[in-house]
Design a binder for this molecule. Structure first.
Ligand code: PRP
Ligand code: URA
Length: 209
């Protein structure tokens, strides 16, 4: 079974409390999503392999470490996952970026896929799927099923807020993936929104409501 890590660093908790606040502007919301994604990326990449490199400091030559040519791909689930990409790329600028478009049918709450473009060599890459909200888990489950058809080396999921129902569903559908969240909230409401949550992440990022 993959690991579930709820990253409760004080910086993340502080930023997440501002993110949740309904009076936070779209501009600040986007900046916070980016910063939280960066902090989650730091945690989710703890296992990146390193190689020895020789460096000449102003004092002498010595052997140090660099990341050993790991091939990564970030795959945001549209729309809201887009808000996390810049934070991830700030730390790992050479990663490739794929996109999967999904929206939840308002009546059934089931995801409907409308777009999928992954890097051509995704089968040689370690993929990190990005979506701020893991509610029923349907969007993440379907996105990961799509990506698995292309046989990547590995898949991780980074979200900001998860609901217990979505986490359980994702773990049972894809028991092999590691999951990173900034918070695990209480429950879903009757419309499958996370409580207390932060409302509709896509609308808050793009100001569409
Ligand atoms: C939101 C969110 C996730 C999904 C989570 O997207 O960004 O993709 O819901 O819900 P689930 O776990 O129940 O599938 P939404 O469908 O609102 O689309 P949007 O990002 O385009 O607004
Ligand atoms: N999608 C969101 O954007 N927010 C929720 O609470 C649930 C699904």
């Amino acid at each position: 079974m993959g690991n579930v890590t709820v990253v409760s660093h004080p910086l993340i908790q502080h930023k997440l409390s501002i993110l949740r606040d309904k009076s936070t502007s779209s501009k600040d919301f986007r900046e916070l999503v980016k910063e939280i994604a960066m902090l989650l990326c730091y945690e989710a990449t703890r296992d990146l392999p390193l190689k020895d490199v020789e460096v000449e400091t102003p004092m002498c030559k010595a052997t140090f470490k660099k990341i050993s040519g790991k091939k990564l791909a970030f795959v945001p689930i549209l729309r809201a996952g887009i808000g996390m990409v810049d934070g991830m790329l700030a730390l790992l600028p050479s990663a490739r970026v794929g996109h999967i478009g999904m929206y939840r049918d308002p009546a059934t709450h089931k995801p409907v896929e409308y777009y999928c473009k992954l890097p051509a060599d995704v089968n040689e890459r370690d993929v990190i799927v990005l979506d701020p909200m893991l509610a029923t888990g349907g969007s993440a489950i379907d996105a990961i099923s799509q990506i698995k058809k292309r046989n990547p080396h590995s898949i991780k999921f980074i979200g900001i807020i998860g609901a217990p129902e979505g986490l359980e569903a994702l773990q049972s559908a894809h028991p092999d993936i590691d999951i990173y969240l900034a918070a695990l909230d209480e429950k879903l409401n009757e419309n499958a929104y996370i409580i207390p949550g932060l409302g509709d992440a896509g609308d808050r990022i793009f100001g569409t409501k």
